[in-house]
Design a protein around this ligand. Structure first.
Ligand SMILES: Cc1cc2nc3c(=O)[nH]c(=O)nc-3n(C[C@H](O)[C@H](O)[C@H](O)COP(=O)(O)OP(=O)(O)OC[C@H]3O[C@@H](n4cnc5c(N)ncnc54)[C@H](O)[C@@H]3O)c2cc1C
Length: 471
């Protein structure tokens, strides 16, 4: 008599159909390796349900057989959180077939999308209705709403609109025992006790399976200005941010910091991209939007930047003269992660500190890295407007990447000790996954870890949801 775990795959086939349970190595390949190529697992099967009811039945079947599940959306995460372990026992639950937009309420400014809808498809549906869904990431063509919520994704418009967490009004979740919680409320005010949806948002698939969400929409921008400024150092970038906030108010949607090294790396792998202000150590990329048609906005931005240059805050600045030019400036920024992937392995940090602490953090950490790892290459860029930097460290020239990676823990401690000393976070937007689990255990207060474990035990007492991730 075969045991329940051995027969779970045939039960999954009965739920979603043979075509949607993948087991052949070539078929599961794309689901068991992460985007960065850093984590490689194996799986009993990849199951691809198309409805919430099917997700619930899949979860029940796995719970009955005590088989663990790894939820997966677009598999663009940076922390190995959607990659199964090496045991071959876990099932990958892909939400990619749940791609219906269930409704859009223009008067309520909400959209209800299933977990597997790509971020770009939600943006597009909103735009077709004359509205805006403001979450914006370099991976938006592939990442999914379920993944965005489960990682509490950030991106380039957090300064104005907040993280994914701030853009959600309601969610639908399948619990570890297979029950469905329909929390798809479309309300901006609801004080009926604990805000349970926020527990699932950012939980990286460890507390429940997000199957759909009600998301907030905003007035679409009718006027957009994109500008690039060069600055001498990070403290001047912070001063520029402050000056631009003062001049432009909440029309300042994005303020990205890009080091000269990061910009040139992006251009190395995309030589067709422009280099409008060559030769500076740091740049700020700004996006300014207005929902009204405002022909004077470009002049206002130009005036504010001219004042910054005149006052020595910035060295030089340029404003995109067309939509195409603006896209090419953004491509310089958005292609950095991809360029780094092509360049080879590096040690990534996704940190936040109070904006005022960023200049000292950047200077002190660069000096400490130069001391400990002479010649190590820093690729620093990120969302300065949110105090969030991607602080990536690559091997010194001539040092084999894998041997440098073997010193990851030392590099991490050097960077993260400084982050924590500045009152910061060791994961601003990418999450913990398996990559930073040890760091989380090292830096999080014991009481906070205990509370997290109690929440996990309450919602997933048998530890079947994404084991080995986060905690
Ligand atoms: C080029 C590039 C640029 C990026 N830029 C940014 C950025 O600016 N800001 C940012 O925050 N991130 C960024 N990312 C990281 C990544 O795109 C985000 O974390 C994204 O939200 C992940 O979505 P996904 O659908 O790919 O999720 P996956 O990678 O498939 O999964 C991520 C986590 O969510 C869980 N999960 C997925 N779907 C569900 C579900 N339906 N229910 C429960 N759990 C689920 C998984 O188990 C895993 O723990 C970038 C990635 C790339 C490759």
């Amino acid at each position: 008599m075969p045991n329940a775990a051995a027969t779970v795959v045939s039960r999954l086939r009965a739920i979603v159909g043979d075509a949607n349970v993948l087991t052949a190595p070539a078929d599961v390949e794309a689901y068991v390796n992460d985007w960065r190529g850093r984590y490689h697992g194996t799986t009993r099967a990849v199951v691809r349900p198309a409805t919430t009811q099917q997700v619930s039945e899949v979860m029940t079947a796995c719970a009955d057989a005590s088989v663990a599940l790894v939820p997966q959306g677009g598999n663009t995460g940076m922390c190995g959180a959607a990659t199964p372990d090496a045991s071959g026992e876990e099932v990958v639950l892909s939400l990619a077939r749940m791609r219906a937009i269930r409704g859009l309420d223009a008067a309520n400014a909400t959209i209800t999308a299933e977990a597997g809808v790509t971020l770009a498809a939600v943006q597009e549906a909103a735009a077709q209705a004359g509205l805006l869904f403001p979450l914006s990431l370099g991976s938006e063509g592939s990442c999914t709403i379920g993944g965005n919520l489960s990682t509490n994704a950030g991106g380039t418009a957090v300064l104005r609109y907040g993280n994914a967490r701030d853009l959600v009004l309601g969610i639908e979740v399948v619990l570890a025992d297979g029950r469905i919680w329909n929390g798809l409320r479309a309300l901006r005010k609801d004080n009926t006790g604990y805000d349970l949806k926020q527990l699932f948002i950012g939980s990286e698939g460890t507390l429940g399976i997000v199957t759909a969400a009600v998301l907030k929409l905003f007035a679409a921008p009718r006027t957009r200005v994109t500008a690039l400024a060069a600055v001498v150092d990070v403290s001047h970038a912070v001063a520029l941010l402050r000056a631009m906030k003062q001049a432009l108010g909440d029309r300042l949607v994005g303020f990205e910091l890009v080091s000269g090294v990061a910009l040139q790396l992006s251009r190395k792998h995309h030589p067709d991209l422009p280099d409008p202000l060559p030769g500076h150590p740091w740049y700020a990329l700004l996006q300014i939007d207005d929902s009204a048609s405002d022909a004077k906005l470009a002049a206002l931005v130009e005036g504010a930047l001219a004042e910054a240059v005149g006052g020595g805050v910035a060295v030089d600045a340029t404003i995109a003269q067309s939509h195409e030019q603006a896209q090419r400036l953004w491509a310089l920024r958005d292609n950095i992660s991809e360029a780094q992937r092509r360049e080879g392995p590096n040690i990534k940090h996704d940190i936040s500190v109070p904006i005022s602490a960023i200049p000292a953090f950047v200077d002190d950490t660069a000096a400490a890295i130069a001391d400990a790892f002479a010649g190590a290459q820093l690729v620093v860029f990120g969302h300065l407007g949110d105090g969030n930097l991607h602080y990536n460290v690559a091997a010194p020239p001539g040092v084999e990447a894998q041997s440098f990676l073997s010193r990851t823990r030392q590099v991490n401690r050097l960077v993260h000790d400084r982050v924590v000393a500045a009152g910061g976070s060791i994961s601003a937007e990418h999450g913990i996954g398996q990559l930073k689990r040890e760091e989380l255990a090292h830096y999080k207060a014991p009481l906070e870890l205990e509370l997290m474990r109690r929440v996990k035990a309450a919602l997933d007492p048998r530890g079947l949801l994404n084991p080995g991730k986060v905690l």
